[in-house]
Design a protein around this ligand. Structure first.
Ligand code: PFF
Length: 442
């Protein structure tokens, strides 16, 4: 096949894992969990991951591979003359929104690599580390410049169509990131007061479960797995027919969850050891980790490596986001990849400038994309499976490698009833709580 894609069998799966694993695991997951009370949120998150986000991932892979086309064209081919392709269209918007704040956070990460390398973090006290982040996040020029650098690198990679090269590197670099995370975890859980952080993460307090927590756990599970906007549908089109799709989706979800969990195990003991508020929001990773690095032998080297590898993880995710927009512009307006990238990067840069200047805008994009757009996208993708594709077609695709999908009946039941109803209920519940009607008896 001479389409843009991945040659090696495992390539497409590695790329999907590269899209899934990113800032969502190490930056977003701990801060959202910290704001929603800890362990109870973790439990709901696991539940949603297994029962809702994973079936959506399996479905996206199957739709993409069945059509053999990127998201918009895939829905056009499988439901000709119908409006389902609008799912791809909303995915393009969502990619813009996510990219705008995602690149700002990638920019912070790159900036932290730089200030680690130049020793500016090593000399700081605990309060100095906190002040450093506040200063970084509230300086629009710093945010903007480093965001431009990250966006520039992402744009360069996408315009040359060399994602495959990056995937090659990331296949080597990501296991190193994992090893580093484990090392930092070991240091974190042996800090004084670490036990408080561990019980924050592992000992559920169910009174902390609110409509908002449910809503945010759902959004985070979609954000982290990159589902609900067609990215994984496009990756599905690159996966070979010989691959077992459901197994691949389970592997991606397991890797993704494992890394998010380890990030929690790194960050919360550290937050409790250094008296940092775990619910403080988007700066959590940046105000906790430098404290551990400063307590480790070779801490500076570990710090530089850690932030650098986080930049790489962010890059593979932001490439997948930009690719969604570029593929759309390229096919819709019949323009060259180079120009499509230039237009996309310019628009994202404009939104990114907004996010650099305004925390409100930053939080708005962060919230609306993960908690509203992705669940809505997922809702329609999941309706498509039983109601348009139908049971036999999806089963045939999921078993195209020649094996049997043993849990197919469970998957189909989840897809037909549980996932759409759960998304609707969680939405309604949250709207009611916004209106001041408390649906939870506490
Ligand atoms: N899953 C990515 C992360 O956890 O960092 C973020 C993301 C990438 C979301 C691509 C959606 C997407 F299409």
């Amino acid at each position: 096949m001479a389409k843009e894609g991945f040659n090696s069998k495992a390539g497409a799966i590695a790329a999907a894992a590269g899209s899934a694993v990113g800032l969502g695991n190490i930056w977003r997951f701990p801060y959202v969990l910290g704001q929603n009370g800890g362990a109870a949120f973790l439990l709901i998150y696991i539940f949603f991951m297994l029962l809702i986000a994973l079936p959506v991932l399996i479905s996206e892979f199957a739709i993409g591979r069945k059509a053999g086309l990127p998201v918009m064209a895939a829905f056009q081919k499988l439901a000709p003359g119908k409006k389902w392709y609008l799912i791809g269209f909303s995915g393009v918007f969502c990619a813009f929104f996510i990219s705008s704040f995602y690149n700002v956070v990638s920019g912070w990460t790159l900036y932290y690599t730089y200030i680690s390398a130049t020793g500016q973090l090593t000399t700081l006290s605990e309060s100095g580390i906190e002040a450093m982040f506040t200063q970084t996040a509230s300086d629009p020029v710093v945010c903007m410049l480093w965001m431009f650098v990250m966006l520039g690198i992402t744009g360069f990679v996408v315009s040359r169509g060399v994602e495959k090269g990056i995937e090659q590197y990331s296949k080597i670099l990501m296991p190193i990131l994992l090893i580093l995370i484990v090392i930092v975890c070991i240091r974190a859980v042996t800090l004084p007061n670490a036990a408080d952080g561990i019980s924050f993460l592992l000992k559920p307090d169910f009174s902390k479960i609110t409509p908002k927590a449910l809503f945010e756990a759902l959004g985070q599970s979609f954000f982290s797995l990159s589902v609900g906007m067609g990215t994984m549908t496009t990756y599905g089109s690159y996966i070979s027919k010989k691959q077992n799709l459901s197994q691949s989706a389970v592997s991606v979800a397991m890797i993704d969850f494992f890394i998010a969990f380890l990030a929690g195990l790194m960050i919360f003991p550290c937050a409790f050891a250094f008296g940092i508020n775990p619910g403080q929001g988007a700066g959590l990773v940046f105000v906790t980790l430098p404290n551990i690095f400063n307590q480790m032998s070779m801490g500076q080297v570990i710090s530089v490596l850690f932030f650098f590898l986080l930049v790489v993880a962010a890059l593979t995710s932001s490439i997948s986001l930009l690719e969604v927009v570029v593929t759309y512009l390229k096919t819709q307006f019949n323009i060259k990849r180079k120009y499509a990238t230039l237009i996309a990067v310019t628009c994202i840069a404009l939104l990114g400038i907004g996010c650099s200047f305004s925390t409100t805008l930053f939080n708005f994009f962060d919230n609306i994309s993960a908690n509203v757009m992705l669940p809505l996208g997922a809702f329609f993708i999941i309706l498509f499976v039983p109601h348009v594709l139908g049971r036999d077609a999806i089963k045939a695709e999921l078993e195209a490698h020649g094996g049997k999908f043993k849990l197919f009946n469970l998957y189909f039941f989840l897809t037909k009833y549980v996932v759409p109803i759960a998304i609707l209920l969680i939405f309604i519940n949250n709207i009611l709580s916004w209106m001041g009607i408390n649906t939870f008896d506490k």
